[in-house]
Design a protein around this ligand. Structure first.
Ligand code: HEC
Length: 138
């Protein structure tokens, strides 16, 4: 009677370990948690009007700071993407583009976890919007 109980326990334990391993594997491909964007960012307006000149500046900055993870066209297929624990989002989609400007701003320059903060590296307010405008061309 006792041995059966221990066999059951061992089996149950094995099953839990197995599910945890499986979950951590599947989790990387799952949709990420929604971002918690502070109200002050949600209210932000884009002060720039995109044109080919400023899109070029945005492109250069994007290539320098963002493409290594997000990929040249924003698909999330940059060189470093495989090294990350977080699943890379696709920023070329209509769903991404439809978001409020300040939401994109917060995600791009404040960041969270494996999405780095760029406030120091890209201090110029206009440069930041040029990058956001450029990403909208994907
Ligand atoms: C080290 C890799 C890395 C670099 C470099 C990087 N990102 Fe990210 N980015 C991420 C990861 C990982 C996420 C997903 C974060 C999450 O959901 O927690 C992300 C998320 C985002 C998102 C949110 C997209 C969405 O729909 O969820 C935006 C916008 C973004 N990054 C913009 C940028 C910009 C702009 C730059 C360059 C200035 C940049 N990122 C540089 C890794 C990176």
């Amino acid at each position: 009677m006792k041995t059966n109980f221990f066999k059951f326990l061992a089996g149950a334990f094995g099953l839990i370990v197995f599910s945890l391993v499986l979950f951590s594997f599947v989790n990387k491909n799952a949709e990420s948690d929604p971002w918690d964007i502070p109200a002050k960012y949600k209210k932000m307006k884009n002060p720039t009007t995109p044109d080919s000149e400023t899109n070029k500046i945005g492109q250069q900055l994007y290539k320098k700071h963002c493409a290594s993870c997000h990929g040249k066209k924003g698909f999330g297929d940059g060189k470093k993407a495989d090294e990350l624990d977080t699943a890379m989002p696709d920023i070329s989609t209509d769903e991404y583009k439809a978001q409020l400007p300040g939401v994109k701003y917060y995600q791009s320059f404040i960041g969270r976890d494996e999405m780095p903060n760029f406030e120091k590296k890209i201090p110029d307010e206009e440069d930041r919007w040029f990058i956001i405008n450029y990403m909208d061309t994907f």
